[in-house]
Design a binder for this molecule. Sequence first.
Ligand code: IFM
Length: 455
Amino acid sequence: MTDIEYDTNPEALAQRFPKDFTWGFAASAYQIEGAAREDGRGPSIWDTFSHTPGKTANGDNGDVACDHYHRYRDDVRLMAQLGAQAYRFSISWPRVMPEGRGAINQRGLDFYRRLVDELSAAGVEPTANLFHWDLPQALQDRGGFANPEIVGRFADFAHLMATRLGDTVTDWMTFNEPAVYAFLGHADGIHAPGLTHWPTAIKVADNELRAHAAAVDAIKSEVPAARIGVAVDINHFAPATDSDRDVHAAAAYRATRDTWFLDPFFGRGYPALGVEQHRAAGHLEGIELSDPPHGRLDYLGVNYYRQETVHAKSDAPFDWEVLPRSGVELTEMEWEVVPQGLTLGLEWLQREYAPAEVVITENGAAYPDTRVAGGEVQDDDRVAYLARHIGAAADAIAAGVNLRGYFVWSLMDNFEWSLGYGKRFGVIHVDFEDQRRTPKRSARWYQRLIAASRR
Ligand code: IFM
């Protein structure tokens, strides 16, 4: 795919978006909050996983992270100074329900109340995400998302949060990247809870879809005007060559991963190609699949980062690998930078599913951030990445996609899961020794774009 040049001038770029387009910042609880054992918070599966030797780079964990639990006021102030119109945060389930069911932790609820009040006072619209992977350990001990009882538990949690925050929060997300949670955590074993059993991963995915539907009912029963979405991670799947094998492998990869969630969310049940591939690979052993309920999405959240180039090793199901294509620019994650993949992905979603609205709920990049001048990180690579992807988003709007908002990932450098603190995605630099926050050049660039969008 040939890359397209985009204007990196933020003022020019802003003019390509409708005036009521929303520009925001995104983060998640375990990655930034810290205060892991404070004020009655219970342990999550990420506490367990990150404290298990060998599971994360350098043994890093989220015990302190960005200490956002104590510094949220300063973080909101900084975000507001940068012009944020919206902020997407997640709620730590074990902070508000330490065991995931039963007893409620008022001090945990108070934290989120203070956070949304602070955001409102600063004129920043909150988007509350219910699940960004930090399941209460006590629920994992009962089988976690593989146990169907989770559906009711999740609905109870959603209902609790709707009753406590629904007067202020209109925009909700049920799950962030349900495929990553199900498959990286239960089949690949590289995320919490660290399991490597495909049939379990399939059950987890199924219960996520059912829990989503139950949570929609629970939230809407309290907050009828709520706008509820989900964030799926959609990469651009490209066959390594034009061979039938590679083309088929790329299609099969998409059907077993992205459309495995998208089709049910849009009321179509599981995709036939995905079922065929999972079944042939033995992933459905002992499972009677039935189609989950319609997701009734008010908007579809899209997390886009990269192209994934799929090489078939044979014709066998799941016998493929994703390797960077030679000559393609990479981020520090070794992710292929292909902005046009975002345009194509958004156009495909519009054609295929016609979502009511689309919001880019994450987009951003990790870079080493070693160039510093005048105390500010000169992250020209991140500026170029953002400019090209925001340009690609504007192309999608021009092509008819009903895109309503964009959240940069991430507000600040944070705990990048099994990769620890080494991979920095923030537009705000965090010094993890003293917790000092310093906006990078990319934050200043984004600030100019948001300011220009208001003119
Ligand atoms: O940091 C993660 C985030 O938690 C989910 N989406 C991808 C980001 C970068 O890997």
